[in-house]
Design a protein around this ligand. Structure first.
Ligand code: HMH
Length: 216
């Protein structure tokens, strides 16, 4: 069994909760209230800016220049997607929030940044994997079951698309190669990091659905 199959099984209950979450169910039905989508898009723009830094930092720990290049390209893509959000949705929906990160986004981005800074390459890669893989699975799931027409079509197409799929395959293969050469202890830490980040993916969607704020 591939290491990533093991990761998938370990985090399956979390993935199922993400898939069933009203944010994703309503996105699929096209009934998600627009203010929840706007909140999500704004939080995601803040997320992507930090995700790019975490990817670049993880890349500096890679054992080969090819993997450094892969991670720098992932980081570049995250910045490009963040800019596209600004140029499309931020204009379409007139989003000019200035509230900064809600607690869910704050927790997730800080987890990824601190892991990339202070943990090993192996653990950093495992922590970054749910951002790729869970989005791909959710994108495919929504794409296959969506109501049409759907006001959120552009978002759905981006994550169900082939370009994103190629990045996900690359991240999975890097993770499997690292796990094959890692000790049981390191593999255990990788599993824990993958689970933590999967839970934070759940928290991120739930935060948007609740229009979460700091309450202070
Ligand atoms: C919160 C979150 N996780 C993953 C992705 C996909 O890169 C995204 N755009 N936002």
């Amino acid at each position: 069994m591939k290491f990533t199959d093991h990761l998938w099984n370990e985090a399956l209950p979390v993935y199922n909760k993400i898939q069933e979450h009203p944010f994703n169910q309503e996105m699929m039905a096209g009934t998600l209230p627009v203010e929840k989508f706007k909140f999500y898009i704004y939080q995601d723009s803040l997320y992507l800016a930090e995700f790019a830094k975490a990817l670049a930092t993880a890349g500096t720990k890679a054992g080969t220049s090819q993997e450094l290049l892969d991670f720098l390209q992932f980081a570049q893509n995250a910045i490009i997607v963040e800019r596209i959000l600004h140029e499309s949705y931020f204009k379409e929906y007139v989003i000019d929030f200035d509230g900064g990160k809600a607690p869910g986004c704050f927790a997730y981005t800080n987890y990824l940044l601190s892991t990339a800074a202070y943990e090993s390459y192996e653990v950093s890669v495992a922590a970054l994997l749910p951002c790729f893989w869970i989005y791909k699975k959710i994108g495919d799931y929504i794409y296959a079951n969506q109501a049409s027409p759907n006001p959120y079509q552009n978002w759905i197409d981006a994550y169900a698309g082939e370009e994103f799929a190629a990045s996900v395959e690359k991240a999975l293969s890097i993770c499997n190669n690292l796990a094959d050469q890692a000790s049981e202890t390191v593999r255990g830490k990788m599993t824990e990091a993958y689970l933590n980040a999967s839970k934070l993916e759940y928290v991120f969607w739930d935060s948007a659905y609740q229009l979460e704020n700091w309450k202070v």
